[in-house]
Design a protein. Sequence first.
Lengths: 113, 113
Amino acid sequence: DGGITQSPKYLFRKEGQNVTLSCEQNLNHDAMYWYRQDPGQGLRLIYYSQIVNDFQKGDIAEGYSVSREKKESFPLTVTSAQKNPTAFYLCASRRQADSYEQYFGPGTRLTVT
Amino acid sequence: GQQLNQSPQSMFIQEGEDVSMNCTSSSIFNTWLWYKQDPGEGPVLLIALYKAGELTSNGRLTAQFGITRKDSFLNISASIPSDVGIYFCAGLDSGGGADGLTFGKGTHLIIQP
């Protein structure tokens, strides 16, 4: 089945540690995105990548880093510099050429204590 | 950044009732998307709208792209228990800025038996 997978579903870390969230897609989509969701809030864009080896900052990139070494993969690292890392993180992808429709993975809930 | 005002914030309805919600923006949008999110899951795309005035249906769901290009509406007819969730509107503005979507804060739909 084609789709977007995120792992793990739940992640717990101690404050001061970096943590990497996985996002993989087998939809052959060109663009990939990372969003953060907080209770009662809409989704906010962290980073996006339109092509391999290239990515752009979104609205709230501070304290995060990404890489895009393969078309299928777009991992997000939450660094110790992120002041409020506890949140629900969503990865999305879209087929660049003919659509603005983004398709989401199941999300990873990160809790930092 | 762009802002989307989504209303109502929450709705308490009886099973079988029709539902209406809307989204307005401060600027012109080229694309409107409507998503549904179940608790702890990623949003699922319901309907995509690309032209002003466009009316599109997906089963019991109907969405419209407002003529002014600054608003969109979603209607659900004859609601059923599985319609419960959070409905998000998302838009892509005409400014050609960041590639990510701008999301509303969501409408919580609660169905009373």
